[in-house]
Design a protein around this ligand. Structure first.
Ligand code: 4AD
Ligand code: MG
Length: 431
């Protein structure tokens, strides 16, 4: 058997090949039958002609249902009008299994139904394009950090020191220690590693017990974090801008057909070039008030604020130097205004909002200890972290990008749930 993948048809024109896959769709027209078959690498229209097939092979068509699995053997023919540019003239079919009552039909389904059937929904063409883009964003991320001399440091997923805030922790039992937490971030460990390696990054899952239902939050998401010794907040923003522009360039280069399939406005992504906008928190508040928000200086930006603010921009915008009380304990106090910290969030345009949180880190032992106490965090758990401020402390900065938030924006999705294969959310643990 000459088993080939549909994506490689161009190398097999005129040859007899076998495709192994699933029935996507079928239809009849006179003495011709059409089977649309997918194999994970593409879709091919297969043509059955009564005049040219053995009767017993021809008969198999009528039993086939959507998502039945099969091996289909035929000759590859170039056909510019066909999706993908090739068709298969079928000689024979080996039915592997007949799918009975596949629940996801070509008609419209509600989103809860689709999420309940996420294990099957992944087979649809729209989900296929989203996952291909996700795959490319991940590859581009690895390439970016490698090309820029960062070392990958895998940080622990079970931790004793709270990385962000106590409010969204998942707890688990942990031997004689009593409890441990699922990591909200790898940052504290990256800070240790950057003092050893200079430029470091991590890429793994982060866990947040988000107790409200929103279209931007998952309970488990993939987190890409970078940390660099001797970088100040300005260097940090430059690095993020460079990385995000690199991601967009790569997706426009490699995934244009998937963006088209998703009906993404590609011209909006083409505008995402360096430099991005930079607006201070103070100016952001003024602008939001002009736009009709009731936000006051000192408040964090709510979801609606992020939406109306970023609808004003055609590229990502950094909002920098937030008030101390809106941000985590480790951010460095702003020497020009101690009410604020040296930090920035990167907000995606078109109403998407925050995709990156970042800051310069507090590098002074006493100030950091004071902040840990103010936040009522358990001091004992931070001995090792405070050590970094005792043994050759230097300015350092880093950021964390939410993979799914970024994919939601790139793909132009309405809700974050479609950007990850199996989303974990407040009301969802299965499939
Ligand atoms: O802004 P956050 O909380 O920052 C940190 O965790 C820092 N320690 C990062 C760092 O400086 N190394 O989270 C970073 C990003 C957010 O901007 C957002 O994109 C994403 O992580 N994120 C979530 N994505 C999906 N679901 C959630 N519940 C998320 N919470 C944060
Ligand atoms: Mg944040």
């Amino acid at each position: 058997m000459n088993w080939v993948y549909i994506k490689d048809f161009k190398e097999h024109v005129g040859q007899q090949v076998t495709v192994r896959g699933w029935v996507y769709n079928k239809r009849k027209s006179g003495k011709i039958r059409f089977l649309l078959v997918r194999d994970g690498t593409g879709l091919v229209q297969s043509i059955l002609s009564k005049a040219e097939m053995a009767p017993e092979e021809w008969e198999k068509f009528s039993d086939l249902t959507q998502e039945s699995s099969l091996e289909i053997t035929g000759r590859v023919r170039e056909e510019s009008r066909a999706p993908g540019g090739y068709e298969l003239d079928v000689d024979s079919i080996n039915v592997i299994q007949i799918a009975v009552d596949y629940p996801i039909t070509p008609k419209e389904h509600g989103v809860d139904f689709l999420l309940d059937n996420r294990h099957l929904w992944l087979r649809s063409s729209r989900q296929y394009s989203i996952m291909q883009i996700r795959n490319e964003v991940i590859k581009a991320t690895r390439d970016y950090f490698y090309e820029n001399d960062f070392i990958l440091i895998d940080t622990p997923l079970i931790t004793g020191s709270i990385g962000e805030t106590a409010s969204t922790l998942f707890e688990t039992k942990y031997y004689d220690f009593g409890k441990a937490y699922l990591a909200q971030t790898g940052q504290l460990y990256l800070e240790a590693a950057c003092m050893a390696f200079g430029k470091v990054y991590c890429f793994g899952p982060s866990f947040r017990a988000e107790k409200s239902k929103t279209r931007r939050h998952l309970s488990e998401y993939w987190h890409i974090e970078g940390e660099v010794a001797f970088y100040e907040n300005e260097d940090n923003m430059n690095m993020q801008e460079d990385y995000v522009a690199y991601l967009i360039e790569r997706i426009l280069d490699k995934c244009r057909h998937h963006l088209e399939k998703l009906e993404r406005d590609i011209s909006a992504l083409e505008k995402v070039t360096k430099p991005f906008y930079r607006v201070s928190y103070d100016d952001t508040i003024k602008k939001l008030q002009e736009l009709g928000s009731e936000i006051q200086w000192g408040d964090d930006l709510g979801a609606t604020d992020e939406t109306i603010f970023t609808e004003q921009y055609d590229k990502p915008v950094f909002v920098y130097n937030y008030p101390v009380k809106t941000k985590a304990f480790y951010m460095k106090r702003n020497p020009d205004n101690p009410e604020t910290v040296l930090c920035s969030d990167l907000l995606a345009p078109e109403g998407y909002g925050e995709i990156i949180g970042s800051s310069q880190r507090e590098d002074d032992y006493d100030l950091l200890l004071r902040r840990i106490r103010e936040e009522k965090l358990p001091e004992d758990a931070y001995g090792w972290y405070l050590d970094l401020r005792k043994y050759g402390s230097v300015p350092h900065s880093g950021f964390g990008l939410g993979l799914e938030r970024t994919i939601t924006w790139i793909c132009g999705l309405h809700h974050i749930r479609e950007s990850i294969p199996f989303p974990r959310m407040l009301y969802r643990l299965y499939p």
